[in-house]
Structure formats: C-alpha cells, structure tokens
Design a protein around this ligand. Structure first.
Ligand code: ADP
Ligand code: ASP
Ligand code: MG
Length: 450
C-alpha cells in the first residue's frame, strides 16, 4: 500500500481505557495508519517478568496474577464486556496462570518468553475491540505468524527475509480494507515457540514490521512530545528536538536514551523510512522527525545516560611489545557473546565497558570467563558506573569540543573518556551516584544559552 504508516503505542499510551481511546482517536484521524503495534499496558511486563523469577512466592504470584487480571478487566468492563472478547481474554489469563504455576518454568527460557508475551497479546485484543466498537474494520493480528526470529529466548534476533515474506503473504493483501492491530515485542521461532526481542522491544518490532511492508512512515507514540535534548526526567531544562538525523538518534538510543529501543533505527535506516516520535497524550504538540538527512547539524544535540555499566580492566605484564593480546582478549569475549561498548588501551592494559542491566550477571562476565582471561592477565571489575554520552556532529574533529566538555566537567571525577571513533559521540564513564548531576550541569553548559 502506498503511503503506509505503521503506528506504535507504548505502555503508558495503552495503560487504560482512556489512554487507549486517545490512541484510537489518533488512528482514526489518519487513514494511512493501517498497522498498529501495541505494547503491554504499562507495568504489566514488569509483573510478568517477576512471575518468572526464582524467588517469587506462591502468595506473590497469586497477587500478581490478580493484579494483571484487574488491569485487563477494568478495560473490558468499559468496553461493555463483549462476549467473545471476554472469552478470549479469559483464555489468555488462564493460559498465563497455568504457565506461571508450571513446575518447568524456572529452568525454561522458552516458557519465560511465553509468559512475557501475554501483556502484548491482551493489549492488542482489547485495542482491536476498541477500534471495532468505533466502526473500524480492525483485526487483532497475531504477529508471531509474521515476525520470525531465532530461538535466542529473551533477546531473539529477527529473520528479516522470513518476516518480509510472511508480511507480504498475510498482511499486504488485506491492507486496503483493514486496520491491523498487532503486538510489539514478540515473535516466534522456527518451531513456532514464542520469543521476545528484549525489554523495550516494541519499538524494534514496529520498525521491523514497517520495513517488511515497505511503509513510508513509522510513528512511535509515547509519553513525551518527541526526543528531547536529554531525558526530561533528569532536568526540567530538557526540550524537544524537532528534527534529528538517523545517525544521531541511533547513537542516542545505543547510549541509553530509553525513548527508543537501541535497534529501532536499523530497519528504518535500511529502508529509509521516516520515523516520527510524539506523545499520544498531546499529538497536536508535535514531536521529533528522525530523517536520513537534516539541514541543521549542530555540534551538540543531546545528552544520553546509560546506567548499570561495569568497567573491566585486563592487564598483562607481557603486553609490552607483544602482539595478539587484544585479539586474544576479544576472542574470549566474542566466544562468550559478551558485547563491549567503550574501549581504551595503554601499553600493558585494556579497559572496556560492558552493559550490565539488572546487575545480575556482570554483563555476562561469568566466573569461567574471568578464569579464562586470568590465564594470561590480571582482571579487575568495577561496578556502580554510568555512561554519559554527548551526541552531536563532527565531535571527533571540531576544535574546542574536548576543551569545552572537559572544562564543563572540571568539578566531577571521570573514570574513562572515549572520543574519536564516531563523529556523533563523546562519551565518558562516571560514578552512577554523580551521573544525574553531571547530565544536568552539562545540559546547562551546552544548551541553556542557545
Ligand atoms: P514507551 O512505553 O512509550 O515505549 P518508554 O518509557 O520506553 O515509553 O520511553 C519514554 C521515556 O523515555 C520518557 O518518558 C523519558 O523519560 C525517557 N527518555 C530517555 N531519554 C529521553 C530523551 N532524550 N527524550 C525523551 N525521552 C527520553
Ligand atoms: N512490554 C515490553 C516491555 O515492557 C516491550 C515494550 O514495551 O516495548 O519491555
Ligand atoms: Mg519503550
């Protein structure tokens, strides 16, 4: 379909009947929106994740199941409890309950993904009914038929070609007369088992679906009016950015701006799909366009903050003039699927940062990986660190950038600085306790006078 728009609504946008109704208004106001991708109601995925954890008691499990049921039932009551939708909702709640109480859950990544999928399944069921009650020909479409992934449960990788083929077969022919309401975050593997793309993955799903249907535009509707100069929760001085390039926005997402899942822009860049980010609460207030080319390319565009970082220093007394040390270290990290973010080196050591969400696994650096490294070097691990990234243009080559940023930070202690690999970022690592203050101060120095 020409001019197709895929619209994604995040958790707060579909949190309850009133929020969903605002999204429905938005969909009805734009006939190009033929595919709607919804997240679970805000807070539901966190609860589902809790159900999968080892230390959850039966009492807490029952309470969580009751809370989720209450959230969904509140919406269906406001829809007048239509018979077959209520039945479908009950089926999902019963399946969820049975899986949550299954003895096999603890050791099964597959069942954990299945549990996490119910939030999106319920919210698309209800959203489709809202649309139908407004007279729109809307279907609740099971995206697991289209979004094909590998079996890496918890963070599955999409199969782009299979996804395109399935979308062409199952969605494209019906687009003219139908609004597809479907789930973000979930897919299925070659055995038909449910997979998830990682937390916050609905943005990525929507981008993959937009790519597979050659959509013209992807809209990401959330709780803020676009991408801001920094997370508006960190400083009141943050302000929306009307236009930003793919490269800058991708760096922001990579370096922790939660507004977009880090992989969201990859499909959009591949296909040149324009991405709009706006608030479903205030759609008329505008938002941010993320485009291939933008006219305005300021040196300083935004500041991103990513918490829960660890710094690993590997030191070899033999590195002096030795070749192959870096390769050896990185081969071990690659073999263990550990992804490194920042790197600095000296003559005898390498310092690198790893993302460590939830602080449970030391960024994948298990005891056995440390032991492998310790066969030929000393390893130290530092925690409680955060990564602050200044995002902009020509940062690697413009005169005065280093001076400006470092003098702005003279009263803070920095643990590591990285600059030079990309024109779009200047990053440093700092104690997590100091990070919000640093972002606020830097924001004042870089943006308040503009
Ligand atoms: P959704 O549930 O709609 O996907 P998220 O909570 O994942 O919403 O993302 C929106 C949140 O991202 C905002 O409420 C805001 O606090 C946060 N955020 C982080 N960095 C930025 C930024 N640079 N601009 C706007 N929002 C940001
Ligand atoms: N519901 C999922 C989560 O909370 C996916 C998303 O909202 O993007 O992580
Ligand atoms: Mg999100």
């Amino acid at each position: 379909m020409k001019n197709l728009t895929v619209a994604k609504f995040g958790g707060t946008s579909v949190a309850d009947f009133e929020a969903m109704s605002r999204c429905a208004d938005l969909v009805q106001s734009d006939s190009n929106i033929r595919v709607v991708v919804v997240s679970a109601q805000s807070g539901v995925t966190n609860k589902l994740v809790r159900l999968t954890q080892l230390d959850v008691t039966q009492e807490e499990r029952d309470q969580i199941l009751a809370d989720i049921r209450a959230t969904e039932y509140k919406i269906i009551e406001q829809l007048g409890r239509p018979e077959w939708v209520t039945l479908a909702l009950d089926n999902l709640l019963n399946e969820l309950k049975a899986t949550a109480n299954s003895e096999n859950l603890v050791g099964s990544m597959r069942l954990k993904d299945q549990i996490q999928s119910y939030g999106e399944q319920m919210s698309s069921l209800l959203f489709a009914e809202i649309m139908r009650q407004r007279g729109v020909h809307a279907v609740n479409f099971d995206i697991r038929q289209v979004l094909k992934t590998d079996s890496n449960y918890g963070k599955a990788e999409p199969d782009i070609e299979q996804t395109r083929l399935q979308a062409e077969k199952l969605i494209s022919p019906e687009l003219e007369g139908t609004v597809f309401i479907t789930q973000g975050f979930i897919g299925s593997d070659e055995n038909g088992y449910t997979t998830t793309l990682g937390r916050g993955g609905s943005d990525y799903s929507a981008a993959l679906i937009a790519e597979s249907l050659s959509a013209e535009t992807l809209q990401i509707w959330t709780d803020v009016t676009g991408i801001y100069t920094t997370d508006p929760r960190l400083t009141q001085a943050a302000r929306p950015i009307p236009e930003i390039s793919f490269d800058e926005a991708a760096e922001m997402a990579t370096f922790g701006a939660k507004i977009l899942h880090p992989a969201t822009l990859i499909p959009a860049i591949r296909k040149g799909i324009g991405v709009f980010v706006g608030s479903s609460r205030a759609p008329k207030d505008g938002g941010t366009w993320i485009l291939n080319q933008v006219d305005n390319k300021p040196a300083y565009r935004a500041i991103a903050l990513r918490k829960e970082q660890i710094l690993v220093t590997v030191k070899s007394p033999n590195m002096l003039l030795a070749s192959g040390f870096l390769a050896k270290v990185f081969a071990i990290l690659a073999k263990n699927k550990i992804s490194v973010d920042l790197i600095t080196t000296s003559e005898i050591s390498i310092a690198l940062t790893l993302d460590n969400p939830s602080n449970a696994t030391l960024g994948g650096l298990s005891k056995s990986v440390i032991a492998e490294l310790e066969e030929f070097c000393e390893v130290t691990v530092e925690e409680d660190l955060s990564l602050v990234a200044v995002i902009g243009n020509h940062l690697q080559a413009s005169s005065g950038v280093g001076g400006k940023l470092l003098s702005a930070l003279e009263n803070f202690s920095l643990r590591m600085i990285c600059q030079g690999a990309s024109p779009h970022n200047f990053c440093f690592l700092t104690k997590t306790a100091e990070a919000p203050k640093i972002v606020e101060h830097l924001h004042e120095q870089l943006f308040d006078s503009i």
